[in-house]
Ligand binder design. Structure first.
Ligand code: CP
Length: 325
């Protein structure tokens, strides 16, 4: 839910006193998180969400700390919201992209991160096209590492902001009927969300052509359908995944038009879902392909709430990893 404007200048303290962060120095996967750590993030994010609704949006929680955002793969939402999250916590922030760093001269990721650490960086946020890149960094440096998306592996803060958004709209996770549509095989958003939602006993159905559904995915506690319309019936949450043009997908479906015809979520198809269904999409959207404009901008859409909530989730993660060790 997007924050409401308030005029308070009071600085809230995230209520993490009774139960500290125990999930280690890094946030690399959802799979490895326990419910108590997830609830700690949710509680801190609720506190920080209030800050984003103020006229003055900063608190001094991370004053004197330094955060480096190392984005070797393009990003709008994740990169900007990590930067805003750090700034709203009063941290010093440095931003590096692949193109503007010595990585273009052949420097390794680990050497880059070690150089940042030598300059006093406390936490590195990393997005990379290679699965496992964040893990490699976390092993090589003492600073905390946050995975902002590693190839097709995981995107933990996206799943956390999705959970926060679903709850903010009054949904209980236990037994919640969630339909996830698209390229499950290559989606880090899908993988992180499957791990997260099934931890809370949501009833998750993944939908897509057989070429986009990994074999044996039922072992993760989800059901599978290759037919969108029956799967949408009575769904309470519809998570639509992006068709990832930048990753080679031509072999996975005959044409964009065909994908849209079979798996595109339109207003007519969404009418099969529960009347209070929530529509989520991690962005960026391909309007007219996986989602119609009527659905993207419709009353059920909480897509912009996801973006807004991302700042609160990332404030919570940065705070917990930097301060509450
Ligand atoms: N959801 C997401 O990761 O979007 P960006 O690629 O714009 O960061």
């Amino acid at each position: 839910m997007r924050p409401k404007k308030t005029s308070s200048s009071k600085t809230p303290a995230a209520d993490t006193s009774q139960e500290g962060w125990r999930a280690g120095k890094d946030l690399l996967t959802i799979k490895s998180l326990e419910i108590r750590d997830i609830e700690l993030i949710m509680g801190s994010a609720a506190t920080f969400h209030e800050v984003s609704g103020r006229a003055i949006k900063t608190v001094p929680a991370l004053r004197g700390r330094t955060i480096a955002n190392l984005f070797i793969e393009p990003s709008t939402r994740t990169r900007i919201s990590f930067e805003l999250a750090a700034k709203r916590l009063s941290a010093d922030v440095v931003n590096l992209s692949g193109a503007s760093s010595s990585i273009v001269k052949g420097e390794s990721l680990v050497d880059t991160a070690r150089a940042l650490e030598s300059m006093g960086v406390d936490l590195v946020v990393i997005r990379h096209s290679a699965a496992g890149a964040a893990h490699s960094l976390a092993r090589a440096i003492n600073a905390a590492v946050v995975n902002a998306g590693d190839g097709a592996h995981e995107h933990p803060t996206q799943a956390l902001l999705d959970l926060f958004t679903i709850r903010a709209h009054g949904k209980k996770l236990d037994g919640l009927r969630v339909v996830m549509i698209g390229d499950i095989s290559r989606s880090r958003v899908a993988r992180s969300n499957i791990h997260l939602l099934t931890k809370f006993n949501a009833n998750v159905c993944v939908v897509g052509p057989p070429t986009m559904i990994p074999p044996h995915i039922e072992q993760l506690g989800v059901s599978v359908s290759h037919h969108l319309e029956p799967a949408l019936k009575d769904a309470q949450v519809v998570m639509i995944l992006r068709v990832q043009h930048e990753r080679e997908q031509r072999s996975l479906y005959p044409s964009i038009q065909e994908y849209a015809r079979w798996y595109g979520v339109t207003k007519e198809r969404l009418a099969l879902a529960a009347s209070d269904v929530l529509v989520l999409h991690p962005g960026p959207m391909n309007r007219g392909v996986e989602i119609s404009t009527e659905v993207a901008d419709g009353l059920s859409s909480v897509i912009l709430d996801q973006v807004a909530n991302g700042i609160a989730i990332r404030m919570a993660v940065l705070y917990l990893l930097t301060v509450k060790q």
